[in-house]
Design a protein around this ligand. Structure first.
Ligand SMILES: [Zn+2]
Length: 438
């Protein structure tokens, strides 16, 4: 992660990060009165404390001068965990072969070093007795979730186009799996009240809210009596209201969006229209997936002038897809900083990078390796090498570089020029605009 040089001069003196639930800032006092937000804040403690076990919060709160403090929260996020047949075949045949820790192992240090780590779990879990399956009706072993917990993820995004591949019962099964675990599943709900609640997480003195939506469900419909089961980018605008609510409930809003067109290297007009709406409703950071290939990232400014950090697509983290581009994923690393000086405070995105990650396909050992650690000798062992002889370190590097250069084609500004990016709470801005009106 890019650390600004002046930060290294800062002295370490305090630790507000050990406070599990920080009081809401004054502007959020209205939000905390709703019971839904209260309930979720309690839920967030479990996630928060789990992450604190592995990360020293002490590193995140520093003083600049006597009268100002800086606290920072670091993030790690990956794209699709997509379990095709070769990934679960051994487990399907032999229940003792379902440990998937190796999938995430090469990235585990980075996952654990981040204050908050998120993974897009593209497929739902099904009971062993119902049969694990690949496309088009994915159902994966719940041991994938156990490996995600072991790796250190705090947030698992489940609103994808495959969420009801195995009907409502598999969504329920998946929600039950995550209940009580140290990671929070987003985008799926058992009740209307659950969908209407905002998930918030307090970390190092900063309150975050998280939302997750998918553009659709591969043509399938949600059960008429359970429309809350999966968070959709619905045409009636319920999702925009959820973003507004999330913005009012926290200082920083992170939206995980499942949209775009598969195998396309740039965000589509439709995806960009959804992003515009999300940012104008208050999303400060968008982390997106679905196209199975990486797309650019950077700072995006809406027509209304609101700015956000956007990762347009993180591609696949692990899958059995058969192109070089679908075997190159993106790892988003970004940080949010709070500077408190006297009575006033300022929030900003302080760092944002994208790192390459290669899906290494080997029999019984599909895993993701940082592009920086990849080599041609690894490429020789890649199962795709016989079909795609051009698969090499250079091929992955060139593709990664091309993606970075594509940012200007989707009006996305290089973060190196736009950071730090100030985070404005739009609900506060809108409220004060109302108050100021004659
Ligand atoms: Zn998808």
């Amino acid at each position: 992660m890019r650390i600004l040089p002046w930060l290294s001069l800062l002295a370490l003196v305090a630790c507000s990060g050990t406070s599990k639930v920080d009081p809401l800032p004054a502007q959020d006092s209205a939000a905390v009165k709703t019971s839904a937000v209260d309930t979720v804040a309690v839920n967030s403690v479990a996630v928060d404390s789990a992450a604190l076990d592995t990360v020293s919060a002490l590193d995140s709160v520093k003083t600049v001068k006597e009268d100002s403090t800086v606290s920072e929260v670091s993030f790690f996020a990956i794209g699709d965990v997509l379990f095709h047949t070769p990934l679960f075949k051994a487990c399907k045949e032999d229940s003792s072969k379902c440990n998937y820790d190796y999938v995430f192992a090469p990235w585990k240090k980075d996952i654990q070093a981040a204050d908050i780590a998120a993974v897009n779990q593209e497929t739902v879990f099904v009971p062993r007795s119902e049969g694990y399956a690949s496309y088009p009706s994915f159902g994966s072993p719940e041991e994938v979730g156990l490996a995600e917990i072991e790796a250190g993820f705090d947030i698992v995004t489940h609103a994808t186009n495959h969420t009801i591949d195995r009907r409502a019962s598999a969504v329920d099964y998946t929600i039950d799996f995550w209940t009580g675990k140290s990671a929070k599943a987003l985008g799926v709900h058992k009740t209307q009240a659950g969908q209407d609640s905002v998930f918030t997480l307090d970390k190092n003195g900063i309150r975050f809210s998280f939302v997750n939506f998918t553009y659709g469900l591969n043509g399938q419909k949600l059960p008429a009596d359970r429309p809350y089961l999966v968070d959709l980018l619905d045409s009636n605008g319920h999702w925009v209201e959820m973003v507004r609510k999330a913005e009012a409930a926290a200082e920083v809003t992170v939206a995980f969006m499942h949209f775009g067109t598969e195998y396309v290297e740039l965000p589509t007009a439709e995806a960009m229209a959804y992003a515009e709406k999300a940012i104008d409703a208050g999303a400060d950071i968008l982390v997106c997936a679905h196209p199975h290939v990486i797309e650019p990232y950077g700072i995006y400014t809406t027509k209304a002038g609101n700015r956000a950090l956007v990762y347009w697509s993180l591609g696949n983290f692990v899958s059995n897809q058969q192109d070089i581009s679908t075997n190159l994923g993106g790892v988003a690393k970004f940080a949010v900083r709070k500077v408190v000086k006297g009575e006033s405070s300022r929030l900003e995105v302080s760092a944002a990078t994208l790192e390459g990650s290669v899906t290494q396909q080997e029999v019984g050992n599909y895993h993701a390796i940082p592009l920086s650690a990849y080599s041609d000798s690894l490429a020789e062992h890649h199962l795709l090498k016989t079909k795609k002889p051009e698969l090499s370190l250079k091929a992955f590097e060139e593709l990664f570089q091309k993606n970075l250069e594509n940012a200007s084609k989707c009006n996305t500004e290089d973060p190196a020029n736009g950071l730090p990016l100030e985070i404005v709470n739009l609900s506060v801005k809108q409220d004060s605009a109302k108050t100021a009106a004659p």
